[in-house]
Every structure is written in C-alpha cells, then in structure tokens.
Design a protein around this ligand. Structure first.
Ligand code: GCO
Ligand code: MN
Ligand code: MN
Ligand code: MN
Length: 387
C-alpha cells in the first residue's frame, strides 16, 4: 500500500544517493555510484525522477566529446528505466574558484565564470528534459562581514537571476527558475537566508513570473522557522515550484536526514498541505544515508523517504475522514457566520459602518475554550496509529 509508484512523482538528486559520506571530520566511506546505476536502482524502487548538478554527471573541465558521450549514455539510461530529469542545477560551490561565492564573489572574473558555467549547465538540464532550474546560494555569503557590501550583494544576485531569465527566454527554453534559501553553511552567513527573504526578492526581478522557490525542510529548521508555514506562503503565492524534502534535528548544521525520520508531526502537516492544496510538482528528496551505511543502506534510505511520504499521505486521508476530528473542527469554526461573511466581503463604506456599529459580547468571547488540546491529541493518535 505504501510502496512508491511513478505517479507519486518522487525524485532524488544524483548527489543524494551518490553521497559518499565524506564530512569535515572524515573521508569517504562508500564507493562511487555510477549515475546510470543510480537511475536503474531508483527506478526499481519506484522513483519517477532524478535530478542533478552539472558536475554530478559531467566532471568539471570535461572536454566536449567526453561530455557528449556521458550525456548520451545517461539519456539512454533514462529511456531504458523510464526515468525523467525534472530539475537540474549548477554546482557553484565545490571547486576552489568558488570559495568566495559565485554571483556575489568580489572578483568579476569569478562571477563571469559562474555565468558561463551556469549557461552551460542550463543547456545540459534542458537537453535532459528539465523544466525546473534550481539556484541554491551555496557560498553566496560571507565569513568576514567587512568583505562585501550586503546591498551590492543583493543587487548582484538580482543581476544574475535577471540575466538567466533573459537567457532562458532568448533560447526559447521551457524552464522555470526555483531559488533555494539556506541561512548558513558552508559560509557563516548566506544571502537571502529564508523563504521570506527569497519571496520578497523574487518580486524585485524583471521576470517574477518565471521565478519561484525550492524550499528545503532542513534549511528553514536551521533558522528555527516553521517550514509548513513558509511552504504554505509560497504555495499560496503560486511560488512553490519545487521542494527539497529531508529532515533535521533542531537548528544545527544541515543534516539532510531521511525524510520524516525526526519531525514526524511537522512533516505530517507538510505532506497534508502539499496533498490537500494541490501541489503538483516533484516530491524531491535532498537527503542522504547515514555515514554508517554501505550501499544497501543507501537504498534502504531512499525507499524509507518515499514510504514515509506515502504513510503521511495515508494519515492525512485518515485525518480528513475522522468523524470526531471533523466534528471538532466544525465546532472550532462555529463563530458568527454573518460576521464571517462581512469580513470576507472586504472593505466597503457600508461594511466599515456595520463593523463600527456592531456590539460584541467581549466577556463571552474571552471565556471561550477552543478545544485545541483535544484536537492535537486526536492528531497525535492518528500519527501514533491508535486511530
Ligand atoms: C545543501 C543544498 C543542496 C542543494 C543542491 C541543489 O544544503 O547542500 O540543499 O543540496 O539543494 O545543491 O541546488
Ligand atoms: Mn537542498
Ligand atoms: Mn540542504
Ligand atoms: Mn545539504
């Protein structure tokens, strides 16, 4: 029942299952996974898509003929195993040239190189069929605050995104851009650190209609924020173009844990939101297996992400079908319906007059109990499997 199927639209980054467990304190613990092999394994597990940074597939500095050979082999694998590439992105953080960032680096040569690399990576993504292009800030930020003017940094980010929107338009590509905020790591502070910052930035662009968000669970939790609320705001604005699903223990370094392995209640509400509010994009996992795992552990991890999503989806269905919960929600929303309609009608001189003349039973309203303890307990019992 919970087994992942293509129509669930689950996708993984090549870099996620390909994560070899290197961290700042220890070396690789797992062998390299061939991208073609990852396509095959993920397809067998029930995934629908695979996403990539340019260099997850084509090594940095590859010759044109090397690139074409690798890309053709990969395309063949996509066809053979019935997989798609819904999203692509650029690695603008690994090579030492990007140690001061890419689009906000102080050195114009670095910035120009980042533009060149990104245009090539967009071409690659489109060649593979991607319709979403992600921009994660990577090293766009500072360690030494004195090193950059933060206002100039925002302007440089804007110039870059405007440039790539126009590039996509000129090329006639069917591609939308999705910006991914993260508050810190690898730099001490990253520009445009949260969903809210990014959302405001988008409306300052030349083509805001082409640009949306790729929010990540771990990143908002690192900033101590409610991810569900951030995603809801993006969704309501029509800006949830993509999503990075994973998990995180509190506001620490970016842990990229298996989806739903820690924040069960919050991620239940996330899945409920995505499923009930008509999100139709990829359910993308940007996470990786624990460093303790061998290859089998990687596939256990990948399957776990997808199963947990589907289990939350089933729990959301139960929540919606639970008579006691629905009755309680009705009671919770039982307030004066004439006033409800008045408020929903927006401003008019008549409405303003009516509100000025309305008398309220302030004492009674203040005395009201809301029943949220019972509601939350019922939610918990659904999650714990007793309902
Ligand atoms: C991170 C980011 C990345 C991006 C990826 C795609 O914290 O490392 O989440 O995994 O999502 O580079 O842009
Ligand atoms: Mn991410
Ligand atoms: Mn991350
Ligand atoms: Mn990460």
């Amino acid at each position: 029942q919970y087994a992942p199927k293509k129509e669930d639209k689950f996708s993984f980054g090549l870099w996620t299952v390909g994560n070899r467990g290197r961290d700042p304190f220890g070396d690789f613990v797992r062998p390299d996974l061939n991208p073609v092999y990852s396509v095959k394994k993920l397809s067998e597990l029930g995934a629908w898509g695979i996403n990539l940074h340019d260099n997850d597939l084509v090594p940095f500095g590859a010759t044109a003929s090397e690139r074409d050979r690798i890309v053709n082999e990969f395309k063949q694998a996509l066809q053979d195993y019935g997989m798609v590439v819904p999203m692509a992105t650029t690695n603008l953080f690994f090579h030492p040239i990007f140690k001061d960032g890419a689009f906000t680096a102080v050195d114009p040569s670095v910035r120009a190189f980042a533009y060149q690399k990104t245009m090539a990576a967009i071409d690659l993504g489109v060649e593979l069929g991607a319709t979403t292009y992600v921009f994660w800030g990577g090293r766009e930020g500072v360690d030494a605050e004195a090193s950059k003017d933060p206002v100039v940094a925002v302007k440089r980010m804007r110039e870059a995104i405007n440039f790539f929107c126009q590039y996509v338009i000129d090329k006639g590509y069917n591609l939308r851009l999705a910006l991914e905020p993260k508050p810190n790591e690898p730099r001490s502070d990253t520009y445009l650190p949260t969903i809210g910052h990014m959302l405001a930035f988008i409306y300052s662009l030349d083509h805001p209609e082409m640009v949306g968000l790729n929010p990540e669970v771990a990143h908002e939790h690192m900033a101590g924020l409610n991810f569900v609320h951030g995603v809801a705001q993006a969704l309501e604005a029509g800006k949830l173009f993509h999503i990075d699903l994973n998990d995180q223990k509190g506001p620490r370094y970016d842990q990229d844990l298996r989806f739903g392995s820690e924040n069960i209640k919050s991620l239940f509400f996330l899945v409920k939101l995505l499923e009930e509010k008509g999100y139709s994009g990829a359910r993308h996992f940007d996470a990786h297996a624990y460093r303790t795992e061998d290859e089998q552990g990687v596939w256990d991890f990948a399957l776990g992400c997808m199963r947990t999503y589907n289990i939350f989806k089933e729990k959301a269905r139960r929540f919606a079908a639970d008579a006691e919960i629905q009755q309680l929600l009705k009671e919770i929303n039982r307030g004066d319906q004439a006033l409800e309609a008045l408020l929903a009608g927006g401003y008019s001189p008549e409405a303003a007059q009516k509100l000025k003349e309305t008398s309220f039973d302030v004492e009674a309203l203040a005395r009201r109990g809301y029943g949220y303890e019972r509601l939350d307990q019922l939610t918990l019992e659904i999650l714990l499997g007793t309902r």
